[in-house]
Every structure is written in C-alpha cells, then in structure tokens.
Ligand binder design. Sequence first.
Ligand SMILES: NC(=O)c1ccc[n+]([C@@H]2O[C@H](COP(=O)([O-])OP(=O)(O)OC[C@H]3O[C@@H](n4cnc5c(N)ncnc54)[C@H](OP(=O)(O)O)[C@@H]3O)[C@@H](O)[C@H]2O)c1
Length: 262
Amino acid sequence: MDLDLSGKHALVCGASDGIGKATAIELALLGADVTVLARREPVLQQVVSELPLVIEGQVHGWRVGDDGQTQALGDTVAALALERPVHILVNNGGGPPGGKAIEADLDAYLTAFRHHLLANQARVQAVLPGMRAAGWGRIVNVVSTSVYEPIPNLGVSNTTRGAVAGWAKTLSRELGPDNITVNNVLPGFTRTARMNHIVADRMAAGGGTAEQVIETIATTVPLRRVADASEVAAAIAFLASPAASYITGISLAVDGGRLQSI
Ligand SMILES: NC(=O)c1ccc[n+]([C@@H]2O[C@H](COP(=O)([O-])OP(=O)(O)OC[C@H]3O[C@@H](n4cnc5c(N)ncnc54)[C@H](OP(=O)(O)O)[C@@H]3O)[C@@H](O)[C@H]2O)c1
C-alpha cells in the first residue's frame, strides 16, 4: 500500500491543536512537507518545531489565518500556494457552539457557515490551480457524524455540517476529472480541547467528574471508549495518500461504531 507523501506539500488547517495537530504529525511522518494554519502564531511555531522530519530536505512551516475572515484567509492560502503548490488540503477548524437549532439567532448560523462552508470554499479555490497543474490533489474535510445523524443540542453545527457534506460531494464530482479527490472524515467523540468543553458543560449540568462524564459518553460507543486524535488523523492521512486514489465523495466515520445507520 502506497502511503508515501514525500515531495507532497500538505496544508493542514486548525492544526495548532486537537485533530488538526495530530493530522499534521501523521502527514509529516509519511514524508509530506506540512504547513499548519490557525490563529495562534506562537502555538503554530511550537507545533512546527515538534513536527517529525523523516526524509532529507523535508520542511514544515506555518501561516496565520482566521476562518472568520474569509477574504484574508483566501489571500493567505493563495499566496502560500503560489510560493509552493498545495497537493493536500485538510479543511479543519473549531466547531460551532452548542444549543438548540430553534433557539439559535441568525448570526450564529451566518458565523457557522462562514467558518465552515465559506472558509473551506476560499481555501479550495486558492489551492485549486496548483492541484490542477500537478494533476493530483487530495481534499479532506473534517466534519462530524452529524452529517448522518444530527446530534442533540448541536443545532447550528448539525445544519452547517450537512451543507459542508453536500458541498464536498458536489466538488468530488466536479474535480474528479482533474484527479483531485474530495472526502470527509467524521470524527466521533475524540479527546481534544473541543471535547473538554463538552465534558465541562456536562459536569456543570450535574454530570459528575470529568472521568464519570467520559465514562458515560463511552457507554454510547460500541468500542466503549473515546478516540485519541491520532486515530482520526490516521484516517485523514490514508485518504490523503496515493493508496486512496480511487476513493472520492465519501464521508468516513471514525466513531468507534457509534453511528446507528448502515
Ligand atoms: N473532538 C471531537 O470529539 C469532535 C467530534 C466531532 C467533530 N469534531 C470536529 O472536528 C473539528 C476539529 O475538532 P477538535 O476537537 O480537533 O478541535 P480543537 O481541539 O478545539 O481544535 C480546533 C483547531 O481549530 C483552530 N481554530 C479554531 N477556530 C479557528 C478560526 N476561527 N480560524 C482558524 N482556526 C481556528 C484552533 O486553533 P486556534 O485557536 O489557534 O485558531 C485549533 O487548532 C471541529 O470542527 C470539531 O467540531 C470534533
């Protein structure tokens, strides 16, 4: 199986923490030159200093970008892609806040669509000329299992994720002839800063200690545990690799079997 990413340039977004950071590490281990992007520059610099260097001449770097600033984000990624074409784009960032769909105000929806759909679109448009010229591209979007089964109390997120999935499927059909694949990875409960917030919310609602809350969450997962971010990153890295050359337009759940649908 060909997992070799040497000579490939990967842009991993939301990579100062959590699933994005774990993905940057995984892609670097497979030989890619990795650029990490998020808002906190000092954290990105630290991440880059820790990324593995496994082949001669491998280089990693960072760019500062905010998913809420669509135009500036697109400009930043376009400048990067002009410097060096991006072959692998991992669209990832922070998740929308919780709450019921019916209670969310209009701005919450606009913000979530900007941070997810519009940021993804701006980045894809920025890297596309380079992918087309290379005749090879991988776009992997980190979404959520709510694409298949809406999650209670994540109303805005459920809505936005569905839109991202529809956008990604459409793109996979449009970009297939350019040998560019577009896939989604749908994490289940994964131990990251985002999950720590969810745990804190449940503790505040009387759910017990952090360990008890996580144990309760784990009972809803057939594998009876939450994921480590590296387990989600492994799926992203596979979809980004040459080995996944005939896979496009899919949404791959990495959820310990939690989704009920077949
Ligand atoms: N963890 C889970 O259990 C789980 C489950 C299902 C889905 N997901 C989804 O998977 C994605 C990643 O989750 P995670 O758990 O890895 O989250 P995380 O640990 O909170 O990390 C989020 C990353 O996104 C960056 N980010 C946040 N807001 C941003 C913005 N406005 N512009 C640019 N970068 C931004 C953060 O860096 P900066 O703060 O430096 O910008 C950080 O690097 C999210 O969409 C999340 O909803 C997670």
